[in-house]
Design a protein. Structure first.
Length: 196
């Protein structure tokens, strides 16, 4: 009585007649290998090794993609513009060359922004001085509330460095005089100045 070999579906396997020399041993090894997944002796707790995509040749299109990404354009719009997928744009933006370009672009933009802010501050400062001087020269305001004009004049002079500072006396809003160099004024002169 011979038993026939059965596969998983309970169907009989084809018979293998002969003495076994007709089957090549390398063919058996090749067919029993796992084609997908990890090798059999691999540690299942170790994460898989993923290799990042790196372009074979860096093209100017990639630089445009990275520049647009630095400027805040969404990767979806960049992908539509260059007929790519979002994943491809993301992979281009994550390459080491893209990181170098991104750093250079952001440094350049930061420097331009700094220069622009300084120029803008200078223009605003000039405009503010013009407005303050027009308020200080307004005779109607001075006759209505002279102390407000004098107070603003003292603040202006203090901020511009005409009065106050390290070596000069500081005049606060209340009109008190603080002297940093006591050797310049005697005690009686300070009392006379405070009393008016």
């Amino acid at each position: 009585m011979t038993s026939t070999a059965v596969d998983l579906n309970n169907k009989p396997l084809p018979s293998m007649s002969g003495n076994g020399s007709s089957i090549d041993s390398s063919l058996v090894k090749e067919n029993t290998k796992r084609k997908r997944g990890r090798p059999r002796n691999d540690d299942p707790n170790r994460p898989a090794r993923l290799i990042k995509w790196v372009p074979k040749q860096w093209t100017p299109i990639y630089e445009q993609i990275v520049s647009l990404d630095c400027m805040g354009v969404s990767q979806k719009k960049i992908a539509e513009q260059f007929n790519m997928t979002n994943v491809m744009v993301s992979k281009v933006c994550c390459t080491p060359q893209a990181k170098i370009i991104r750093r250079k672009v952001l440094e350049f933009l930061a420097e331009k922004n700094k220069v622009f802010q300084e120029e803008r501050f200078d223009r605003v400062q000039v405009r503010a001085m013009e407005r303050i001087s027009s308020v200080l020269e307004d005779e109607e305001l001075f006759t209505a509330d002279p102390f407000a004009v004098v107070d603003r004049a003292f603040k202006l002079l203090e901020k511009t460095g005409r009065i106050g500072g390290r070596d000069k006396g500081d005049i606060n809003v209340a009109g008190d005089l603080t002297v940093n160099k006591v050797s310049n004024l005697s005690q009686t002169a300070i009392v006379e100045i405070k009393d008016g």
